[in-house]
Write a protein that binds this ligand. Structure first.
Ligand code: HSE
Length: 308
């Protein structure tokens, strides 16, 4: 018998992965929200509990509510849902807080009504939550949360998501300096055109990263984690960014850059021991500057959202 209620883990995600602005993303294992979703006879969506962050609970103001309504609008199911959200990911941290809530809602609803929708359709619904959060329906956080591992949004129109292989020894280190950078603000400061010269460097790196992930060539992954377009502009908003990156690379990280729209900074390393050393190097920088932070070391989450 199908159950009427499930509890899910919704992973944090790193969008962009340096070279892939708005197209590349990966899911984390060690950080994520929890949600409980229940079927109700009453139609519509109600957020009945929200802990851990101060966020709106009105359905139309909440990313889980809006994403859920997008699913309901295309579903034959004639009931509704109640959602409890237990936030562990801080809003505005740059590791996909809104994406975790949006994807958790639609993924769990789909499970409860017998999985009528494909993962790609779930990405589309969850993108409505991203539209509410940042003004732009980007898919680079929601896609890895749903598909797991690394994902590439090959195209937005039509939406086409490709799941990329995850090399088993890859670990992420993420440091979140306690300053707030809103995605909408950090998008506004970007230029809308790029030079051909920068384009050449950037798509060379995107291709290199994808090839490195599939062939599990860690050196190639490292060489490809470069961003010539967005990082030079956005890094100005993140105190200590250059120093954190320098120290992470010196300590053995394969690459280091801004996580999503920041202010979190991520590094990828081969093996947990190096990822832990990188965490120490990153925290040393912020300890010296005197900025508080959260730090996470995580394996890449190859599965994405799961029932717990
Ligand atoms: N690709 C988006 C951006 C991700 O960089 O604005 C936001 O988390």
């Amino acid at each position: 018998m199908q159950s009427n209620e499930i509890r899910v883990f919704c992973p944090a995600t790193i969008a962009n992965v340096s070279c892939g602005f708005d197209v590349l993303g990966l899911a984390l294992d060690a950080v994520g929200d929890e949600m409980v979703v229940k079927k109700t006879v009453e139609k519509g969506i109600k957020i009945t509990k929200l802990t851990g962050q101060n966020l709106p609970m009105e359905t139309l103001q909440n990313v889980a509510g809006v994403a859920g309504l997008a699913l309901l609008a295309e579903s034959d199911y004639d009931g509704g849902f109640e959602i409890e959200i237990y936030k562990k990911i801080k809003a505005g941290s740059g590791i996909g807080s809104s994406a975790a809530s949006s994807t958790g809602a639609v993924w769990a609803m789909n499970e409860l009504i017998g999985k009528p929708f494909t993962p790609l359709q779930l990405v589309k619904f969850a993108m409505e939550g991203e539209r509410l959060a940042s003004g732009v329906a980007h898919a680079d956080n929601v896609a890895p949360a749903i598909f797991g591992g690394f994902t590439l949004v090959r195209s937005y129109t039509p939406l086409d998501v490709v799941k990329i292989n995850t090399p088993p020894e890859l670990y992420a280190t993420v440091i979140h300096p306690q300053i707030e950078v809103k995605t909408s603000d950090s998008r506004r400061i970007l230029k809308t055109t790029i030079s051909l010269e920068d384009g050449i460097k950037q798509w060379g790196n995107v291709g290199g990263l994808i090839a490195g992930l599939f062939t599990e060539d860690y050196e190639l992954i490292g060489r490809s984690l470069e961003d010539h377009i967005v990082e030079p502009i956005r890094s100005i908003l993140i105190p200590g960014f250059d120093k954190v990156k320098e120290k992470a690379l010196e300590t053995g990280a394969l690459g280091c850059g801004i996580s999503g729209s920041g202010p979190s900074i991520y590094a990828l390393s081969k093996g947990e021991a190096i990822a832990n050393n990188v965490a120490k190097a990153m925290t040393d920088v912020y300890d010296k500057i005197g900025i508080d932070y959260d730090i996470h070391v995580s394996k890449i989450n190859a599965k994405g959202i799961k029932i717990i």
